[in-house]
Structures are given as C-alpha cells and as structure tokens.
Design a protein around this ligand. Structure first.
Ligand SMILES: [Zn+2]
Ligand SMILES: [Zn+2]
Length: 444
C-alpha cells in the first residue's frame, strides 16, 4: 500500500468499520503502513471499533465497566460515573476494552435467548431489530450496573458496614431507590421487563422439570439471587453449566429480598404508575413478536402460547437443570422401569452421554405406531412433548442396548408395568422389561 493521502483516508475508514478488536489487531499487523495509520488515530479507531462491537448501548456498557473497575460500590447514584462519561472521557484503556469485550459478549448471548424466548422461537440467534436490540441491551447493562454497585460484590466488600442488618437494609434500599429514580418511566419499565425475563429464565420457566421439582419455593427465592450477583452469568445458570448455590452461603437474605422489585416499584408508585408491567408488556422492548399465537401441532391447545412450544432448536433446554437431568429422565420412564435395579446404573450412564437434543431426536427415530402422524419438526406443547418422551424412552433405551451388543432376554409378560422388577433383582435381570405388557395385573 502506497501511502498517498487518499489511501490513508481509505485505510482509516476501513479500520473504523472493523467489527471487533480481534479484527483490528490482526488488520493493523498486516503492514507497517496500516499500523502507522492506526498509530496516528488510535483513540478514534478504538472508539469506533468499540461502538461496532457493543452498538448503541456503548455508553451504558462503558459506564458499567468503569464503575466496576473503580469499585464504586454502594455509592449514591449522584456519585457514580454517568452514562455521559464516554463524552467526558472518550479514551478507552486496554482494561476497559477487555471489560467491554467480556460483558458485551454475555449480553449478546442473553439477547439471543431473549429473542428465542420472547420474539421468535425458531431461531437460536437474535432476531431483534436494531431498535429492539438497543432497548434490550441498554436495560440489561443498567441492570448489570445496579447489581454490581448494590449487589453481592458490594455487600461482600464491606462486611463491617452490614453488621447491623436492619440499618444496612434501610440504607441500601434508599440507595437502590435513588438509582432507579434517575430513569424516566418508559426506561424503568424496560429494566423491569428485562429483570422479569432474567427471573423467568433462572426459574426455568422454559424448562421446568416435569416431575419432582426439587423444592420449588426454595429455588424460586434463590434464583433471583443471580440477578443481584451478576446478570451476565444468568446464561450459564440457564445452560446448566454454573452452579450458583455456593455463591449464596453466608449472605444475609433480608439484605437481598426484593432486591430489584422493591426499589423499582417504589419509584413507580411515587409516580402514580401501576406496580406491575402493563398488559402486553412483551412489547415494551419488542415491536413485533413472531408466532405468538401458534398452536401445538398435535393437541392444538389454545392455553399454550406459541413462544412456549418445543421444537428441535430448543429441545436442549428441556431438563437443563444441572444435577437433576438424569434423575428427571429416569423418572420419565414408563411403568415401574425407574425402579428396575438391573437397568438403573446403565440407563443413567447412557442418558448421561446423550445430549438432550440428540436423545429427543433419537426418540423420534423409534416412533411407535400410535405416533405415526408425529414429526420431528412439529412444534409441541410441553405436555405433548413429555407424553411423547414418556411413551418412547424405553423403546429408545432398548435400541441403545441392542446397538451396544447387549443380549436381550425374553420379555416379561407384565412388561414395563411389572412390579416384581422393582422388588427382585434376579427377576429384573432375567427378563426384558423394556416392552409392552401382554398381561395385566388382574391376571397376577
Ligand atoms: Zn400439545
Ligand atoms: Zn417382570
């Protein structure tokens, strides 16, 4: 590249259009002249790339990163760096860039979940328009800021200040209310909407365990804890790869009760606004929802909303709760099979190795005749999906055993309903129970 004025201008222009910092790093290393142009305008190029990466919510994202880096914990809102800080101090340090890259990637992933759950269930990637995306991300960064300044990290950083819990709670609530009081009502509603979405995914509204929900009230109280800890890690909890319970030891629950709702609602009430999200609140962030009124392909139930239907692209979130997945699948077996000790360990290990989406796809490959009209591509309500799973899990397991070279003994007359399989290990071992009963209990 010869370095004429026009070329320099062009290179500068290209650099400012790069989508992220990795691209920028590799591009400026391609030639000395490109590197020199970068060196002449490093700040404006970095700011442009930061904008390309984060988008219009950059002021909110940078405010979060800077307040966190400066450890501005438990400060009144007036003492926090503002969203206009990007104008006052537009130079980004490398520490800030690292922070922006990390947080924006989490927020974008959350946007994908939001999109799939709230806008268009058919796609795993975000289908939000740029205006919708800006509203979502702006609210999410503000919630992250709120959590870092007034949440768990702040609480743990000043243990002595929290020794008198009544005073600490009173003081904390004042600070939190001050924070929310700073936003106009429509933007406050967006934060409320995003907070509700997070609570929803944390409480597994998308993948509520079908059986044996372990202590649901306990879980629902604590799941919201993630919101005051770090909203960006909510995704890991949702995916079942992060166990947050251990973060909650030794915290004073009253300090975090109604962490977001109490101060937020209190501001709304002061403004004579209803405490709850208005009807049709889905549209607070979204302008358009796709497939909202779609029905279950099989039962056509009108009580299940289109966005809550299950299909190949969201099967993986079924049984997503870490630690209980195998148990829940075992409990979905027909008849008394879950109590058959001859299968128990082996079935669990087979299930453990099969990712959920692969397992459910496998069930469709061994459909029994009663399900002739059911297809893998169907969108099903939870109930239909669970009935389908219940009716096929043992057939699938039998296939897995055959594929694995296991010898299958003769069928027990009572099939999966046999009670002896649960009581006598020898009987359980001697006969195959992964089959339809040919005798009823009346004959016993
Ligand atoms: Zn259905
Ligand atoms: Zn039997």
């Amino acid at each position: 590249m010869r370095s004429s004025f026009a070329d320099d201008d062009l290179v500068l222009c290209v650099l400012t259009y790069l989508p992220d910092f990795q691209c920028l790093a590799s591009t400026i290393l391609t030639s000395k002249s490109v590197y020199n142009i970068f060196q002449q305008h490093p700040r404006s190029i970095i700011r442009s790339v930061a904008y390309n990466l984060v988008g219009p919510a950059l002021p909110q994202a940078l405010r979060f990163v800077r307040c966190r880096n400066a450890q501005q914990y438990s400060k009144p809102v007036g003492e926090l760096l503002g969203e206009d800080n990007i104008q006052r101090n537009p130079v980004l340090s490398s520490e800030e860039i690292t922070g922006l890259v990390a947080i924006s990637s989490s927020i974008q992933e959350l946007e994908c979940v939001f999109s799939r759950r709230m806008k268009d269930r058919r796609y795993a990637t975000s289908q939000l328009s740029s205006a919708e995306s800006t509203r979502f991300q702006r609210a999410m960064y503000r919630l992250c800021l709120f959590s870092i300044v007034y949440g768990l990290t702040a609480y743990k950083s000043a243990p002595e200040a929290n020794s008198n819990i009544i005073l600490a709670v009173r003081e904390a609530r004042k600070l939190r209310k001050g924070f929310f009081g700073n936003f106009p009502t429509p933007e406050l509603r967006e934060i409320q909407r995003v907070g509700e979405f997070l609570r929803g995914i944390l409480a597994r509204t998308n993948a509520r365990p079908p059986l044996d929900d372990p202590e649901p009230s306990h879980i629902s109280t604590l799941t919201s804890s993630m919101i005051y800890h770090a909203p960006d890690t909510a995704l890991k909890v949702y995916e079942g790869v992060y166990d947050w319970i251990h973060d909650l030891y030794n915290i004073a629950i009253p300090f975090f009760e109604d962490f977001i709702t109490e101060p937020l609602v209190s501001v709304l009430l002061d403004r004579n606004e209803p405490r709850l999200l208005p009807v049709g609140h889905k549209h607070l962030i979204l302008d358009e929802v796709i497939g909202e009124h779609d029905r279950c392909s099989q039962c056509q139930s009108d009580s299940v909303q289109g966005l809550d239907l299950w299909g190949p692209n969201n099967w993986r979130y079924h049984w997503s709760m870490r630690g209980t997945r195998v148990l829940l699948i075992v409990n979905s077996l027909k008849g008394n099979l879950s109590r058959n000790h001859a299968y128990e360990g082996h079935f669990s290990s087979v299930v453990e190795r099969a990712p959920t989406e692969q397992l459910i796809a496998g069930l469709f490959e061994c459909k029994i005749p009663a399900y002739d009209t059911w297809n893998k591509e169907d969108w099903l309500c939870r109930q239909c999906l669970e009935t389908f799973i219940h009716d096929h899990l043992h057939v699938w397991y039998l296939n897995q055993k055959v594929k694995g070279g296991h010898l299958i003994p003769d069928n027990c007359f009572y099939g999966y309903n046999c009670t002896t399989q649960a009581e006598k290990y020898v009987h359980a071992k001697e006969l195959n129970h992964l089959c339809e009963p040919t005798k009823g209990y009346d004959n016993l």
